[in-house]
Structure formats: C-alpha cells, structure tokens
Design a protein around this ligand. Structure first.
Ligand SMILES: N[C@@H](CCC(=O)N[C@@H](CS)C(=O)NCC(=O)O)C(=O)O
Length: 238
C-alpha cells in the first residue's frame, strides 16, 4: 500500500495517474494547501520542502519520496513499467522528464502566478512566462510530429507532460497551430487510467470555464498563497 499526499494540481495528478496506470494499491491524503497543511511538521517529515506530491511506500519500510519526477521514477523502477530498462530508452524518458520538471512545469507555474494570481498585472512578466511556455510547447509539437509518444512507448514522460499541458488554458497559452501536441493531448486523455487519475482528487475548477465563480475563488486562494509565500494556517500549525 502506498499513501499519496496530494491535492488537485498537475503535479499531484501526475502521481495518481501513474498509480492508476500501474494498478498499485494506494490511499489518498488530500492536503488543504490554502490552509497550509503542507507546512505542518508531520508532512515536513515526509517532504522537507512542504509541497505536494509525496508518497510513503508502506511495503518498503515506509520509504518516503518527494518531488513528482522522483516519485514517477521510483514507481516505474519499482514495477519495471512505464520506463524502459535499457540505457538509451531510459535516458530518453529521463531527458523528456527533466524537460518537463525544469521547463514546462515551472514556466506554466509562473505564467499562472503572473497571469492569474498576482493582483498587479505585470505585463512583461506575463509575456515572458507565457512566451516561454509557448516556446516549450512548440518544441514538444515538433518532436511529436514524428513520434507517437514523448519518449518511445507511453511512459512517465507522457504522464508528467500531459498533467500540465491539459491545463494550458489556465496559463493563458494557446495550442492553436500545434496540431501534433493537440493530437497527443487528446489521445492520452482517452486512457481510462488517466481519466481515473485526474479524479483523484477532482479539480476544483472546470478548465474549460476559466472565468466562472469557481475559477475566481480558486485564483483568490492561490493569490493568498503566492503573495505571502506561505499558506494561511501555517503560522497556526503546532
Ligand atoms: N517540483 C515540485 C513542485 C511541487 C509543487 O510546487 N507543489 C505545489 C502544488 S502543484 C504545492 O504544494 N504548493 C503549495 C505551496 O507552495 O505551499 C514537484 O514537482 O513535486
């Protein structure tokens, strides 16, 4: 049994999708990020960085893993699936996984901060991050022109990218003119395990309705977190 500490975010969904794909038994611990549960001492003992996702593998002496990329690699190596074991195949998956962890994820995250959450609209910052996301999407689109998946067969590299790319509208970035990325995004969305994974837990917002009341409430909570650099209840934590 694995405990997944998570929330309804792209990084959290990477892991629930992988666990669903692998059919591993797991239980969810959904942390309330706006209440600061991720900064409490009991969670910091699992992830000193105070962010989701993290897992504890109870079948392996309660071994804890944090950072979504490291968790995906751990799960792939534990099962021998979703990543090849030969050196070139493994390297290809890791290259595209690092590209997601160091590029697509952080740039979309910062685009969200400046486009959605900051009360001041700092246009050069919005342009910078949205432009960088679009550039990275164009790299993926070019690669997917001659490849069905991101790195060989369907792998943890697809899962890591897909969990973020599907939220492109929230970052205010278009997929227009990127037909290969759209083809890949729509194909992965059809996978039953992917559909189950993104419901663990379900998103608080409908990504197609990014200006409705739920979206505004979500953006307000996120704004409080990014403005203070810490969540609400963190100061009240024991
Ligand atoms: N590089 C980390 C990023 C984790 C991360 O930023 N998690 C966000 C949610 S997606 C979080 O926990 N935010 C709460 C906070 O910043 O306190 C990973 O991939 O696991």
């Amino acid at each position: 049994m694995i405990t997944l500490y998570t929330a309804a975010t792209p990084n959290g969904h990477k892991i629930s999708i992988a666990l669903e794909e692998l059919g591993l038994p797991y239980q969810l611990r959904v942390l309330d990020l706006s209440a600061g549960e991720q900064k409490r001492p009991e969670f910091l003992a699992i992830n000193p960085n105070g962010r989701i996702p993290a897992i504890v593998d109870h079948g392996a002496d309660d071994f804890a893993v944090f950072e979504s990329g490291a968790i995906l690699i751990y799960l792939a190596e534990k099962t021998g699936r979703l990543m090849p074991s030969d050196a070139p195949g493994r390297s290809r998956v890791l290259q595209w996984l690092m590209f997601q962890m160091g590029g697509v994820g952080p740039m979309m995250g910062q685009a969200n901060v400046f486009y959605r959450y900051f009360p001041e609209k700092i246009q050069p910052a919005i342009d910078r991050y949205q432009g960088e996301v679009r550039r990275l999407f164009t790299v993926l689109d070019g690669h997917l022109q001659d490849h069905e998946h991101v790195a060989g067969d369907y792998s943890i590299a697809d899962i890591a990218h897909w969990a973020w790319v599907r939220t492109y509208r929230w970052s205010g970035v278009s997929l227009d003119g990127l037909p290969h990325l759209q083809r890949w995004k729509d194909a992965i969305a059809q996978r039953p395990a992917v559909q189950r994974g993104i419901a663990q837990p379900p998103s608080a917002i409908d990504l197609a309705k990014d200006r409705d009341e739920a979206a505004q409430r979500f953006a307000l909570e996120a704004r409080r977190m990014v403005e203070t650099g810490q969540a609400h209840a963190a100061k009240d934590a024991p």
